[in-house]
Design a protein around this ligand. Structure first.
Ligand SMILES: [Zn+2]
Length: 315
């Protein structure tokens, strides 16, 4: 099934009513398939091929949100001990530098990926790929990543200052790892485990430290492999982010919208409806449900009138 047919069918399929029989002879005939079963299985295969088992298919690219991930070289140091070594500053031979980075705008098919070339890897010179990264992330309003706050942003800041560059403009950050730790109780909070449990895009495996050693020896194939690994992390991070989105507290997407309409604070969709109320010690608030991502939110206006507020007692 080609993309064009698939897209047309997918649109109808999304709007189907579960009460009605969807895979009919007429539908099969319309799309040129011998039977409803043949059409259905071709559609199922196409959904896998076009990554549509995923919930993010057909959503417009969101250029406000950029997901990214860095891979760095390890710290290299002399040590006399196998276990619990204390590394004095004098024993450090090489501080980490960035080997590759990958990133994408939310829901975009294109993945940006930059890596050091052989000479840069040997020299530990990551200046050019850092400049690429800054240029792209400066355009976004919200940065998303896995352990972004404690790893990628700190590494990036360190590489900026060590390369004599200026700080990034301020950005909102969604650290998927920290949000998962705050909100859920998974057996492990590693990307690999969470991606597996949530049945989303899986991380790519790599050979471990051997790959890093080859990268630092300027092996082009290893640097390409590292970039592929990094891109795999991006797809897993995006999928996990979309899955957890309705559960987490997110930078308010409403502030990026100039129109005076209510939108979901988590995903920015205007497909929301008022559903129930929320009470705090100080008042009564309307709650809203987002049909797009499933997040609940609440209005900012206290429904209690002045006289009622005056009479409230709190403990
Ligand atoms: Zn939403």
């Amino acid at each position: 099934m080609n993309r064009e047919i698939f897209d047309a069918l997918y649109e109808v399929w999304q709007k189907k009513d579960i009460k009605d029989k969807f895979w009919t002879d007429d539908l099969a005939l319309l799309y040129g398939y011998p039977s409803p079963e043949a059409l259905r299985s071709a559609f199922r295969r196409a959904r896998k091929r076009y990554k549509t088992d995923n919930f993010n298919y057909h959503k417009p690219v969101n250029k406000k949100i950029f997901i990214f991930d860095l891979e760095t070289s390890p710290l290299i140091a002399y040590t006399f001990s196998y276990f619990g070594a204390y590394l004095s500053p004098d024993s450090v031979m090489q501080t980490p530098y960035i080997l590759t980075w990958a990133g994408k705008y939310l829901y975009d098919n294109e993945i940006y990926g930059f890596r050091l070339n052989s000479d840069e890897a040997l020299e530990g010179n990551d200046l050019s790929i850092i400049k690429n990264l800054i240029e792209i992330i400066s355009e976004a309003d919200i940065l998303v990543g896995y352990n972004l706050k404690n790893f990628d942003m700190k590494i990036l800041n360190t590489r900026l200052i060590e390369n004599g560059l200026k700080p990034l403009p301020p950005k909102q950050i969604v650290d998927v790892y920290q949000e998962i730790k705050k909100t859920f109780y998974f057996h492990s909070n590693s990307m690999k485990y969470v991606a597996k449990v949530l049945k989303v895009h899986q991380k790519i495996e790599n050979e471990g430290i051997g790959l890093w050693k080859r990268c630092m020896n300027g092996d082009e194939d290893a640097l390409i492999e590292m970039l592929d690994y990094c891109k795999g992390d991006i797809l897993a991070t995006e999928d996990i982010y979309i899955k957890i989105l309705p559960f987490i507290s997110h930078p308010n997407m409403g502030v990026f919208n100039q129109d005076s309409i209510r939108v979901c604070p988590n995903c920015g969709s205007s497909d929301i409806y008022q559903k129930g109320k929320y009470y705090t010690p100080a008042g009564e608030w309307l709650t809203y449900y987002c049909n797009s991502c499933g997040a609940f939110s609440r209005g900012k206006q206290n429904l209690l009138d002045k006289s009622k507020k005056k009479m409230l007692l709190i403990k």
